[in-house]
Design a protein around this ligand. Structure first.
Ligand code: HEC
Ligand code: HEC
Ligand code: HEC
Length: 110
């Protein structure tokens, strides 16, 4: 009986651990839920993102502590989903098609 309880407890712990790691890995679309923009023709465009998040100038201000700042570059007004993929938890740095950047905070870079 004791043994059975211990097994149950271990299963419960394992379950909650795997649940929390799933939560950490939620995709960007999952994290938005119903807020994720929909489009009639199947394409989500940056203007839909900007309606909630503001333009690149505003975003660049939010990430000004990052080096390089992903929202301020010679790429200009690119589609958000170049980096922010709906089905990924973390953005992919499209810059690295050409560069080899590791984004860090400015403090860490010093
Ligand atoms: C209806 C409003 C709304 C729309 C449309 C929207 N978002 Fe969001 N987004 C939010 C809210 C609310 C949050 C959570 C609070 C925050 O971080 O601003 C969020 C969070 C984020 C985050 C931060 C996630 C994290 O790691 O914390 C990213 C990146 C993001 N959105 C990108 C996008 C992109 C790209 C689009 C367009 C495809 C988009 N959002 C469209 C409301 C929206
Ligand atoms: C070149 C790649 C790239 C592009 C393009 C891009 N982002 Fe980001 N974005 C990032 C990175 C990298 C971060 C930092 C993520 C982190 O800190 O984990 C970020 C962070 C964010 C955040 C969270 C900001 C905060 O509060 O810290 C939001 C919201 C966001 N992006 C929205 C957008 C929207 C909307 C667009 C399009 C208008 C966009 N991004 C375009 C790479 C990009
Ligand atoms: C399609 C290829 C391409 C992409 C994508 C790209 N760059 Fe560049 N970038 C270049 C080229 C080419 C130069 C000019 C040559 C040079 O100076 O190395 C350059 C120059 C730069 C420079 C000045 C030179 C240096 O290396 O210090 C910075 C900073 C920079 N890019 C940042 C970015 C950031 C941030 C992104 C993503 C948001 C990005 N680039 C995306 C091709 C690209």
């Amino acid at each position: 009986m004791k043994k059975a309880l211990a097994v149950l407890a271990a299963v419960a712990v394992g379950l909650s651990l795997s649940l929390s790691s799933v939560a950490a890995e939620k995709t960007l679309a999952e994290r938005h839920g119903n807020a994720w923009p929909k489009s009639a023709n199947g394409y989500v465009v940056k203007d839909q993102c900007k309606a909630c998040h503001g333009d690149y100038a505003k975003l660049a201000e939010k990430t000004k502590n990052l080096d390089p700042n992903p929202h301020k570059s010679h790429l200009g007004d690119v589609d958000c989903q170049e980096c922010h993929k709906a089905d990924k938890a973390k953005p992919e740095l499209t810059c690295n098609q050409c560069h080899k950047f590791t984004i860090r905070t400015k403090e860490a870079a010093k």
